[in-house]
Design a protein around this ligand. Structure first.
Ligand code: ADP
Length: 900
């Protein structure tokens, strides 16, 4: 503006006089040119014309003078006005210059300051005069000078150069400024300097806030475990964090900018267990974006993502850039869900475990009030509505007098003990309305569990209904008792007792075992239908005399007894007082206090009925099937016992007869035997006298008549002597064998060692002749025996041991003993000819010999004496042998029992 007015003023000054001159010339010229012609055309009179010419001259002067005045006056007014405007403009400029908030500096082309406004002075802290002494370079630090200064080409080209640099204030501090430099029309340099300290600070603050924001989104929100969607007001996805990519299996670059609604329908909803519910819930928030939505959703696993439980939480964005949009958070609550699930399961488990347990379980708190009861407990309490018990029943307040002692158990449980006890409740007297009648048996366990906060713990009461078990146990116990009774009965019946005792025992056992009033046995006999009472026990009081029982078809035979006999079945009569079948006997039975009875057939074998066992109880309905069964077993046992006793009695009769006959025979036999033995003995004895005479005379013949006898006669005489000698031995052996049978042996401890030693001494000559070697192995213990007999036994065995050895072989005998439990076995082993197994038994009989007398002389009685002698001492003999391999004979005798 300033520039424009100053450049146009000279041309305006030149133009105005030119315009005036031109207009004056034009109008004057036109007047001169056309006024004479017009006058001549109008006026033809020359005089008038001349006169008019004068007027015309005057008119011309006046008009042109007036015109000149108007033109000059307008021009001078315009010039004045323009000067006035210029002045005003300059004033305004100056004021602007002075009042500008920016510093304005005017400098010459060398950079020397010419002028500066107030703001400039204030900005740098100099006065106007001080600045006019300075050059631009004094204010701009050296490092900024190149950028901020002296881009003169550009300035000359008329460009405005805007640059930022620092200026040094008078106090030396630097301030940031923006300088706008321009070349003025007069060639001076104008710099408008703005203090940008605040702007710089604001920029810095902005940069910091941006950095913060970036850090917030990139470092914090993006790495947050909470999934975040930010939607603009069109519900397009503006931003989504990494967690979201992971949770939904999305890629950020694929979804940013997309319409979330479309994305939900096309992709997102499918990842959920309940896609429609999810879509519907979230899309509703876009329909009405005013409320906070919050729900749980279940992401199903896929290649891109894991199974996860998320909590959706969204709310409208109410301000800022995305106002009208929505922010959606997805919290990963998988762990919590799993924990909840585990908890739910364990809770469920707990509930079904406790709830359905076949034991009653209830809990009371520290004050004794029931706080929990399972179904079984409610059943036990006899209530259907839990609130009748839970929170209401108190063990101190509601316990009956009978139950008071149980409180002590609770106190013990509170003291920390696990208390167990059995409780037998008579349900007819207790308060509960249970279905159970009779006695209820409970097994209770009490223990404390911690209660939160309170001083005392809660008490858990577990009660097991053991009624069935107790009943079963009772039944079992009864069965055992029954069996024991039956066993005892069988023992008695199998013992040596007679018929009467058998039947009495059956009655007694029945009465005692079952606590009956009376029992009797009636027998049937061939030939009539009467039932003959044979034994009774208990309170009979002439009952059996007062009644008559038959088992025929008459009315008297149709009572329980008759029926039992005919049908071979137990017949109970549980109501004597009313049962018409009992009419004939009722009065007598009732008079004696019998209220129920049973008739049990005495069954022998399958179907043979020997009689009947009748039992009577003072209680009506006493004879239950169980009891009848036991009684029937007893009756059957009694039948068996009866039959056995009958047989036994018969047998005893036979045995007595037999014994009588045997005794008679034995006596006869003894006499004959004794006669025989004494005969044999006397014969043997008597035979020896003539034998000795024979032997003596033959000997005399040899000695006194040797010279008169030819050799044959001598030979005969020798043979007579030898035969007589042999006969003598034979008779002696027979005598000692026979003596062994008859003599009474007094048995006592005998030392085998001394027996063997004595025998060896006796046989010394014989052994030496055979050059036999006898080895005796110690120890040889004591046995119970008879010394002289043992000498004979051992002597015979040793004699045989050295005799039955081939002549060319030296006899070797070994003697030893061994213990065998209660026995001592003495062995005599030889190296002789041995004995074939088939002969080993018979050699112990009298006269049994395996060899001719020439080869091995003998009588065949030696081993018979051994056996007889050992047997009479209560022992045994035997041999182990094989032909040609020697023999081992043994004798076994009782050990001497030590007195200790
Ligand atoms: P004797 O010795 O008088 O012939 P025994 O009664 O002692 O009569 O013996 C019966 C038979 O048993 C003997 O004839 C002999 O055949 C056989 N015998 C007995 N002891 C032995 C033995 N130690 N070795 C082989 N045979 C024997």
């Amino acid at each position: 503006m300033n520039n424009t007015s100053s450049t146009q003023a000279p041309s305006e000054g030149l133009y105005a006089p030119l315009k005036i001159t031109a207009i004056y010339t034009l109008i004057g010229g036109l007047w001169i040119l056309f006024s004479d012609r017009l006058l001549a055309a109008l006026v033809s009179d020359p005089e008038t014309l001349t006169r008019l010419q004068t007027f015309k001259g005057w008119f011309y002067v006046i008009v042109t003078a007036w015109l000149l005045y108007v033109l000059v006056q307008r021009s001078t007014t315009a010039i004045w006005r323009s000067g006035q405007a210029l002045r005003e403009s300059e004033e305004r400029c100056r004021a602007l210059f002075e009042q500008a908030s920016d510093g304005i500096f005017i400098a010459d082309l060398q950079g020397n300051y010419l002028d500066v406004n107030t703001s400039g002075c204030r900005m740098l802290g100099y006065s106007r005069e001080e600045i006019s002494q300075l050059n631009i370079r004094d204010l701009i630090p050296a490092e900024d000078q190149a950028t901020a200064l002296l881009r003169l080409d550009e300035l000359h080209a008329g460009n405005t150069i805007i640059s930022e640099c620092q200026l040094r204030r008078k106090d030396g501090t630097l301030i940031p400024v923006e300088i706008s430099a321009k070349m003025l029309a007069d060639g001076r340099l104008q710099e408008i300097v703005r203090d940008i300290t605040e702007r710089k600070q604001a920029e810095e603050a902005l940069r910091e806030s941006e950095a913060r924001y970036r850090s917030l989104t990139n470092d914090v929100l993006d790495s947050s475990a909470v999934g975040i969607f930010i939607l603009d007001s069109d519900f397009r996805i503006v931003w989504v964090n990494q967690a979201m990519e992971r949770y939904f299996g999305l890629r950020r670059d694929e979804v940013i900018g997309k319409d979330k609604r479309q994305l939900i329908r096309e992709r997102i909803k499918e990842i959920f267990e309940e896609p429609e519910r999810f879509a519907q819930k979230v899309l509703a928030t876009y329909e009405d974006n005013t409320y906070i939505e919050n729900f749980e959703c279940h992401v199903l696993p896929d290649g891109e993502r894991e199974e996860r439980w998320l909590e959706h939480w969204s709310q409208p964005i109410r301000s800022g850039l995305y106002e009208g949009g929505r922010i959606e958070h997805y919290y990963d609550i998988t762990e919590r869900k799993r924990a909840e699930e585990a908890l739910r399961k364990s809770e469920l488990m707990f509930q079904s475990l406790i709830g359905r347990a076949p034991f009653s379980i209830w809990v009371c708190d520290e004050e004794g009030t029931v706080t929990f009861a399972n179904q079984a407990a409610l059943d036990l309490f006899g209530v259907t509505d839990p609130t009748q018990i839970i929170g209401r029943y108190n063990i101190y307040r509601d316990t009956t007098e009978d139950e008071k002692p149980l409180l002590a158990y609770f106190e013990r449980a509170w003291a920390g003990e696990v208390v167990r006890y059995r409780q037998d409740l008579d349900m007819t007297t207790v308060k509960y309305e249970t279905a159970c009648r009779g006695t209820l048996h409970l097994y209770s366990t009490l223990f404390a569990i911690p209660s939160d906060g309170s001083q005392r713990s809660n008490i858990v009461v577990v009660q097991e209904d053991i009624t069935e078990r107790v009943k079963a146990e009772d039944a079992l116990r009864q069965k055992v008792k029954d069996l024991a009774a039956l066993y005892a009965a069988s023992q008695v019946f199998l013992g040596p007792i007679d018929v009467k005792t058998t039947l009495e025992t059956a009655c007694r056992l029945a009465v005692e075992h079952f606590g009956l009033k009376m029992a009797w046995v009636g027998l049937i006999v061939e030939g009539d239908y009467e039932v003959h009472p044979a034994a009774a026990y208990g309170f009979e009081d002439g009952y059996l005399d007062s009644i008559r029982v038959t088992w025929d078809d008459s009315p008297a035979g149709h009572g329980p007894t008759g029926t039992a006999i005919r049908t071979a079945q137990a017949v109970p009569m549980n109501r004597i007082d009313t049962d018409p079948a009992y009419k004939p006997w009722r009065a007598a039975a009732m008079a004696r206090g019998y209220r129920s009875s049973a008739a049990l057939p005495l069954l022998y074998g399958e179907a043979e009925v020997l009689g009947v066992l009748n039992v009577y109880s003072a209680e009506p309905d006493y004879f239950t099937p169980d009891r009848l069964q036991v009684l029937q077993s007893l009756a059957n046992l009694a039948a068996l016992g009866l039959q056995k006793a009958r047989l036994r009695e018969q047998e005893q009769r036979y045995a007595a007869e037999l014994e009588q006959r045997v005794a008679e025979r034995t006596a006869e036999l003894g006499e004959v035997n004794a006669e025989l033995e004494s005969f044999a003995y006397s014969v043997s004895h008597d035979l020896r006298a003539p034998l000795r005479a024979m032997q003596g005379f033959a000997q005399a013949l040899l000695e006194d008549y040797a010279d008169r006898l030819d050799p044959i006669g001598q030979e005969y005489a020798h043979r007579i002597v030898a035969a007589a000698g042999h006969m003598d031995t034979l008779i002696r052996d027979l005598l000692s064998y026979s003596r062994l049978s008859r003599a009474a042996l007094h048995l006592q401890p005998v030392s085998l060692a001394s027996v063997v030693a004595d025998v060896l001494t006796q046989l010394e000559g014989e052994l030496r002749k055979r050059e036999a070697q006898v080895t005796v192995e110690e120890p040889l213990p004591q046995v119970v025996g008879h010394y002289a007999t043992l000498i004979q036994v051992v002597g015979n065995l040793l004699t045989n041991a050295v005799k039955f050895v081939r002549p060319e072989i030296q006899p070797q005998v070994r003697v030893w003993a061994e213990e065998r439990e209660e026995w001592i076995r003495l062995w005599v082993e030889d190296n002789g000819i041995g004995i074939a197994p088939e002969h080993q038994e018979r050699i112990f009989r009298v006269f049994e010999r395996l060899h001719g007398i020439e080869a091995y002389p003998g009588t065949g009685i030696g081993l018979a004496i051994v056996r007889k002698g050992v047997e009479r001492m209560g022992g045994r003999v035997g041999v182990e042998s094989e032909p040609n391999r020697g023999s081992r004979f043994w004798v076994e005798l009782p050990k001497v029992k030590s007195k200790a």
